[in-house]
Design a protein around this ligand. Sequence first.
Ligand code: SER
Length: 585
Amino acid sequence: MKAIEIRKKYLDYFKAHGHIVIPSSPLIPENDPSVLFNTAGMQPLVPYLLGQPHPLGKRLVDYQKCVRTNDIDEVGDNRHLTYFEMLGNWSLGDYFKEESIKMSFEFLTKELGIPVEKLSVTVFEGDEDCPKDEFSAKCWKDAGILDGHIYYYGKDDNWWIAGETGPCGPDTEMFYDTGKPACSENCQPSCDCGKYVEIWNNVFMEYFKDENGYSKLKQQNVDTGLGLERMTMLLQGKETPFDTELFKPVMDKLSELQRVDIIESRRIVAEHLRSSMMIIADGGRPSNLDRGYVLRRLIRRMIRQMNKLQIDLNELSTLIDINVDNLKEMYPELEQNRETIKQVIIEEKDKFVKTLNHGEREFEKEVKRLQEQGKDTIEGKIVFRLYDTYGFPPEVTKDLATENGMKISMEEFDKLFKEHQEKSRAGSEQKFKGGLASTGEMETKYHTATHLLNAALKQVLGSHVHQRGSNITAERLRFDFSHPAKMTDEEKAKTEELVNKWIKDAIPVERFEMKKDEAIAQGAEAMFIEKYGDIVSVYKIGDVSLELCGGPHVENTSELGEFKIKKEESSSSGVRRIKAILIEK
Ligand code: SER
């Protein structure tokens, strides 16, 4: 079944069950400066979820165009997307759990023809804010979900809220079993080995959260969301959304044009091109602020990847045409804006190419100078000069630095950037989501937490553990390391405990400069040893950790807060990936 057919079936089914079809809101929220893009179908409906009567009634259904950029760095793998379409149906104080579950079950099994054995569901296990959702579990059983296919989880998995405050509630999620072998005896929907894929989320929205806690809403609502790209992929038995008809024509063209074969780069180009086109069709334009900056970043990342693939940038126009032709039936706005889309993207490309040429020459000069001095970190003032004088985006400097085995000091960059911002008074509120004004402070904490995690994993799992990669944002750390097996819950708990103990021990973090050989002789950890100069910067955390690193780091581990592992998953063969966060105390 094609995506457009799934969408039609969904709208028709809920229409037949008393829902009015409402149009998708534009990607750029109307009258809501607090969010950059619509990220869920419920977002434009918030006033009605809170009790204001909707002019079209209490039962609504739509498809909503969404952009989520929190995982932008993950795009290129087999599942992450920045633009996606969410199918959703709503009860605004009308039906509640029983009818919602009945309809979801019927739609999945009858309309989409998914065999019941392939379905599992999860419900809320209950806590001090809200009781265990045994009623939903019973509804699922009555509808026909098989014994042993219903799971109870806590707030992390079965509670939904957009951000920190707002309407919210327990949810029930539906999972599709891909038929892949279970990764362990304990493999279940919450596991992210890839056997189970979440396909639909029904939120029973009857609470409101503010700074003081939870209260009951005026009415009991249902808010559901089904990701169209994912459902399409599963129903077609494809491994990734890029193998479906939504992306295939562009992916094929990229394969034909490329002179270097890099699958991740092709995916990034295909994905960012579609997102950019959708944003432009809804009125977005590149700039250095907020939404405009997200768009600029998408286009620039795409161009960098086209360069990696060695594709002539003049082909952009052809790629845009292929996408418009392929997607115009689903999104007529693409056809209506075909020329504008081309003009905006090509203009931005021209600007960026100039920037890249100038900036790269400057970058190379600086790297040469630093390497001659045995340094492995590009100072923030250089990153800033490249940005300020040459318009060279810091994330590109970071990418290039990584490719050259160097690091960049974002803390100093952030400081200079902030001063610059204040001076020019541009973008007075700091609303850069994942953009330029990353807060430095959190990232610094995550750098130190990464060293502690590395040390803890060695103690818990063994000395074979070595860093294979690391990526830090203001929201989390991501750490890849060599280890042959999935970590058990006990191993994860022990690792967390150790890191938290070291935080509690308030150990000073010290920086030394020493000869590389000496550092290695002392057992310092280093990822790309051959790429460092002779004199290296080493960070020492008491007896716990010694690592070659350019920093930045906190001065004492006590500054970190509470350390928590959010996810442990496979990254590639023999390499595991942990995502962890710090919770402020
Ligand atoms: N708001 C919920 C979600 O985004 C259901 O649509 O998952």
